[in-house]
Design a protein around this ligand. Sequence first.
Ligand code: ZN
Ligand code: ZN
Length: 176
Amino acid sequence: MFVQPISEDQRGLVVQATAACLAHAEEIFQRSFPAIPLRFDLRGRAAGMYRIYRGTRLIRYNPHIFAKYFTESLAQTVPHEVAHYVTDLLYGLRSVRPHGPEWRGIAQALGAKPRATGNYDLSGIPQRRQTLYDYRCACTQHRLGAQRHNRMQRGEGGYLCRRCRAALVFCGAESG
Ligand SMILES: [Zn+2]
Ligand SMILES: [Zn+2]
């Protein structure tokens, strides 16, 4: 059984909690931090993610992990990601390690445990699907990931089967 994503009401609470956490950071550091856009579109094993997409700072939350661990997510994931944002504004992402001492200090001040990932049982959480590409050689089938497939299609580096030494030939994509 898949866990359903959080409801609209719960999203509202997450938005409020994120704003409150950022306000707390403003108090601690005595400066103002602009509101940050949130998305609830993260999939896979991570509960949250902070990124800069084409110059726009963004926090993404995983609506399924938040649904399964709502209280824990509000208490941990929200300050964890806000701490990444504040670390970026104070130090710049490129000059510090993602979970280095600067981030740890801020995460702790905001009430998060200063650890890189939570210990969640992810059963019921939909995982990101990876497209695999089927190839044939002279003796068997091979499945390649997107990176190798794209490299082959661009003509950069053909792969040979280790056993029969024949070049791999693409025969179709499969989602799995
Ligand atoms: Zn992190
Ligand atoms: Zn072969």
